[in-house]
Each structure stands twice: as structure tokens, then as C-alpha cells.
Design a protein around this ligand. Structure first.
Ligand code: UT7
Length: 337
């Protein structure tokens, strides 16, 4: 048996820069309520959403990804050529193949960096963060770009009461790179496929196109969600995952400066913070009020806002936790760059 050589990477990994792209269309609740027989009051009370961002036709998945990445790279003091891998977490890139990540890697001027998409819905960004930190520590990449991006408006049925007011568009990105001290804690991740059907596309492409025996629907395969079971699952199951993430990071809630959960619903955010008994000093991300639920993009967008508004400072300790379709989930603690 031949002895193979192996790589070893940096002792630790950390986030080096954060960037974001918020699409230009601001959609207040008043614009979505007529089609779903709802009210501004109901939406705010049940979800905490006041308005959301939807992309224009020009604000493509690729454009939003590239803009958020350029910002993250600039803040990390790096150029596209220094990116060794591009991970794009998304469920709304409408081509099943090729991955949008390769086009993003090319446009950013990477040196033909490996690039692929991650399909883990709202958990996708935290999945990517974990993989990026592992790559840096294992030596398969020095700088990894992790992007969360969605154009959920493309997959939203504006007449569906259960989803039309929730989903939104945007992109967030981070660069993960080498560090002398730990800056991304071990991930706690998993999936609960027993609940595969709770959030899903209504139909697959065969149903859309149809066949000799059955005409196709001709309709976009929109997202549908059984919101209430997801809500209850998130509050019950995610508090445990969050506690485990703190334990694996070797800290307690008292050591946290920031709590940056997936921006699914303000009531879920509040219930999780309560269940975790977070001290009042922990600043909680509440980007959902103005941005809506952007699935894979929600955590980096929320983190970017906290940095921009001075709520998050360099060196702060932040707990990230994400959950969604699958049901897939992931959590880790990071140090703010
Ligand atoms: O990002 C991926 C993960 N996703 C999530 O974590 C989302 C989790 N779920 C949620 O955020 C919430 O379940 C929703 C915000 C989607 C819904 O809130 P809810 O408190 O679970 O409402 P519900 O579905 O239990 O409905 C309560 C009531 C019902 O009326 P009755 O039966 O009490 O008379 C619904 O018919 O509200 C009614 N309703 C609405 N009313 C006005 C349902 N949708 C609407 C609506 N406008 N859009």
C-alpha cells in the first residue's frame, strides 16, 4: 500500500469579513394583504414583519451574491483571487444545474475556485459556515466564501395565506479564513426528515410539465408551509440545539454578546431567547421586522445590520442558529470580525 501525503490546515478558523445586499424594492404589509385577506395588524402580531424586501428582475441571485461577497472580501482585506472555495446556500436558484456558485466564483475573479451550492434551506448558511471552518482547519482551502442568498419572491404564491407575507429576498456573505485562536465553534447540526413535508415546494417539475396521461399544472412550484407545526417544533427543539452549541463552544449564555437566530418569526426569536434564559445584556437580532424571512440569507443579513448599527462589535461572541425545510438545522458560536 502506497503511503499517501495529506494536508493540515490552520490551527483554527474565524470569520474575517461580513457583507450584505438588500434588494431595492421595499414591500410594506399593505401591499400583500389584499390577496390573502389579511391585515397589517395580524401580520405584525403573528410574525413581527412590518415590511420585506423583494428583488427587481435585475437583482438576480448572482448579482446579489456577488455584491454581498465583494463587501465581505473588502472588509476582510482580500481579493477574489485569494478565495479558495465558494459555497452558496440557496433554495431559490431556479436552475437545478449548474450551481450558481460557479458563476459567482467566476465573476468575483477567483482562480477557478471550487464552487457549489448547498441545499439546506434556512439552515444552509450555518451548514456552509461549518463546512468552511472545517476546510480551513483541514487545509483544503485557506479562504472560503460562504454566501446565503434567496429570491423567495420567485417561489412565493402571493395568494397563499400561509406564506405570502413571510418570504423575502436578499444576500449575505462571510469570508472564513485561518486564525490562531478559535473563532468558529464546533457545529451542532442535524435533520428531522420525519417532517419532510412541513415546508416544501408544492409540486415537482414533472407535475408542472405533465405527461401523456396527465396534463401539467403549468404553475410555478411554489413554496408551501404548515406554519404552526414548524413554529412549535422550532421553539421546542431549537432551544436544546442552542444549549448544546453553547456547551460545545465551552461557554454559557452569560458569555454571549449577541444572539443571531434565523429570522423566521419574531415570536420564535422571542420564545427561543426566553427558553435559553438569555441575560438582558445579550443583543438579539431582529432584522425580520424590515426584511422578512430570507431563508439562507437571513443570518448574515441580520449580522451585517448589527455590525452596521454598532450593536455588534469586533471580538463579540455570537450564537447563530438556523432551522427550516427538511427539517434541517444547525448552530454554532462565532467571534465577530
Ligand atoms: O423559515 C423557515 C422556518 N419557518 C418558520 O419557522 C415559520 C414558522 N411559522 C410561523 O411563523 C407561523 O406559524 C405563521 C406566522 C406562519 C402563522 O402564525 P400562527 O400563529 O401559527 O397562525 P395559524 O396558522 O395557527 O393561524 C391562526 C389563525 C387561523 O384562524 P382561526 O382558525 O384561529 O380562526 C388562520 O385561519 O389565523 C388565520 N390566518 C390568517 N389570518 C390573517 C392564517 N393566515 C392568516 C393570514 N392573515 N395571512
Amino acid at each position: 500500500m502506497a503511503a499517501l501525503s495529506d494536508t493540515t490546515g490552520a490551527p483554527h478558523a474565524r470569520v474575517l469579513g461580513v457583507g450584505a445586499y438588500r434588494p431595492s424594492r421595499v414591500i410594506p404589509n399593505s401591499e400583500v394583504i389584499a390577496a390573502i385577506d389579511s391585515s397589517d395588524e395580524w401580520i405584525q402580531q403573528r410574525s413581527g414583519i412590518k415590511q420585506r424586501r423583494w428583488a427587481t428582475p435585475e437583482e438576480t441571485i448572482q448579482l446579489m451574491s456577488v455584491e454581498a461577497s465583494k463587501q465581505a472580501l473588502e472588509r476582510a482585506g482580500l481579493t477574489g483571487e485569494q478565495v479558495d472555495c465558494v459555497l452558496v446556500a440557496t433554495v431559490s436558484h431556479l436552475l437545478q444545474t449548474p450551481a450558481i456558485a460557479t458563476a459567482v466564483a467566476h465573476e468575483l475573479g477567483t482562480n477557478q475556485a471550487p464552487a457549489f451550492d448547498i441545499s439546506a434551506a434556512c439552515a444552509g448558511f450555518c451548514y456552509g459556515m461549518s463546512m468552511a471552518a472545517d476546510m480551513v482547519r483541514a487545509g483544503s482551502a485557506k479562504h472560503v466564501l460562504v454566501i446565503g442568498v434567496e429570491r423567495l419572491s420567485d417561489l412565493t404564491d402571493v395568494y397563499d395565506r400561509g406564506t405570502a407575507f413571510i418570504f423575502a429576498d436578499g444576500a449575505g456573505a462571510v469570508v472564513v479564513g485561518p486564525s490562531d485562536t478559535p473563532g468558529v465553534s464546533p457545529v451542532v447540526w442535524g435533520s428531522d426528515g420525519e417532517h419532510f413535508d412541513l415546508i416544501r415546494q408544492r409540486e415537482d417539475w414533472r407535475d408542472v410539465v405533465g405527461g401523456p396521461d396527465k396534463p401539467g399544472s403549468g404553475l410555478m412550484p411554489h413554496l408551501v408551509m404548515q406554519g404552526n407545526p414548524v413554529f412549535r417544533w422550532a421553539v421546542y427543539a431549537m432551544a436544546k440545539v442552542a444549549a448544546e452549541a453553547l456547551e460545545r463552544a465551552g461557554i454559557t449564555a452569560d458569555d454571549l454578546d449577541l444572539f443571531v437566530p434565523h429570522q423566521a418569526n419574531m415570536r420564535i426569536i422571542d420564545a427561543m431567547a426566553k427558553a435559553m434564559k438569555l441575560p438582558d445584556s445579550v443583543r438579539v437580532a431582529r432584522d425580520i421586522a424590515d426584511q422578512g424571512n430570507t431563508s439562507a440569507a437571513s443570518i448574515p443579513l441580520a449580522l451585517d445590520r448589527m455590525i452596521a448599527e454598532g450593536e455588534a462589535r469586533s471580538g463579540d461572541t455570537a450564537l447563530l442558529i438556523a432551522f427550516g425545510a427538511g427539517l434541517a438545522y444547525a448552530a454554532q458560536v462565532i467571534t465577530v470580525p
